[in-house]
Design a protein around this ligand. Structure first.
Ligand code: C2E
Ligand code: MG
Ligand code: MG
Ligand code: MG
Length: 290
């Protein structure tokens, strides 16, 4: 067990290690309970085409409503659960819920919408992932075209040959792939060429200061140009202002995700949110100008 989680991180025996292990064990127990007690839910953040504000789909973002600690953001428990079998179980719950949501969208007439699902390295390299997804497709009678799987650069470069194998087999049955947080990891341009990815999501850390910081701006614009030249789709995440939106749209960015249009919407509010904000699958009002 120490070997599995360790590698170079824990060569030296540190007191901190006890805390970390204890914290993880405690968290694993809580996650199991939370799954049983249905304390998890998803929030869905809309993705819109930059050009015409058509709803392309949503990213599914996990939320944990802890009875004592309140809402715990995913960044606070997912990294700790990584390397734990509970991450796999929690991930299965997320995938199943996403299939249920797509079924509901179809019933509501949102027929082209797709949901993006985040996969951690552990989930992606789980040997049962593909079986589980196929099982969901049968059970819900849904095509894989409604789903995009988001991976980070770290996940992809951890074992490139395995990654390409898994992606190729899932792409064959219709899933698409996005590289999340693009620009923050270690991927090289050579990997981009080899990987069967469909979508690149530029990390929000570049978007936040893009209009003030010249190098962030240049990085974004050259990434957009490169991604489009490769024939892939580019998403900007973390778009908060109308000025950012206009600049990205002018420079040919395909899809926009960010607080400017909407924060992630709790699943229970989704139906009324859509009724309020969409007309025939397009974003209704010209969102407020900044
Ligand atoms: P991510 O996949 O990069 O998701 C985007 C994050 O950026 C979300 O944070 C979202 O709420 C936030 N965001 C989007 N637009 C804006 C904006 O305009 N401004 C600001 N300030 N933030 C924005 P969230 O929901 O806290 O999720 C954090 C991370 O947790 C995700 O980053 C992802 O890595 C992980 N995560 C969330 N749900 C899941 C899941 O179901 N499975 C796995 N494996 N990881 C998940
Ligand atoms: Mg993501
Ligand atoms: Mg991201
Ligand atoms: Mg992230």
């Amino acid at each position: 067990e120490a070997k599995k989680s360790g590698g170079s991180q824990y060569h030296i025996y540190k007191p901190e290690m006890f805390t970390r292990v204890a914290q993880r064990v405690e968290l694993e127990g809580e996650v199991r309970q939370a799954l049983l007690k249905q304390q998890f839910s998803l929030s869905l953040q809309p993705q819109l085409s930059a050009k015409d504000k058509k709803l392309i789909g949503f990213e599914a973002l996990l939320r944990w409503h802890h009875p004592e600690r309140g809402m715990i953001p995913p960044d606070e428990f997912i990294p700790i659960l990584e390397n734990s079998e509970y991450m796999i179980e929690l991930g299965y719950w997320v995938m199943r819920r996403c299939f249920e949501l797509v079924s509901e969208f179809l019933e509501q007439g949102l027929i082209d919408v797709r949901v993006a699902i985040n996969l951690s390295a552990m989930q992606f390299l789980d040997p049962h992932l593909s079986d589980y997804l196929r099982q969901l497709m049968r059970r819900f009678n849904l095509s894989a075209k409604h789903f995009e799987l988001e991976l980070t650069e770290q996940t992809l470069v951890s074992d490139i040959d395995t990654a390409i194998g898994v992606m190729t087999s899932l792409k064959k049955i219709g899933f698409s792939f996005a590289i999340d947080d693009f620009g923050t990891g270690y991927s090289s341009l050579a990997y981009l060429k080899k990987m069967p990815v469909d979508v690149i999501k530029i990390d929000k850390s570049f978007i936040f200061g893009m209009l003030e910081n010249h190098s962030d701006y240049q990085i974004i614009m050259s990434t957009i140009a490169m991604v489009k030249n490769l024939g892939l789709t580019v998403v900007a995440e973390g778009v908060e202002s109308g000025a950012q939106l206009r600049s990205l749209t002018m420079n040919d960015c395909d899809i926009i995700q960010g607080y400017y249009f909407s924060k992630p919407v709790p699943e229970v509010e989704l139906k009324s949110f859509l009724a309020e904000r969409l007309v025939d699958g397009y974003w209704k009002t010209q969102a407020k100008q900044h």
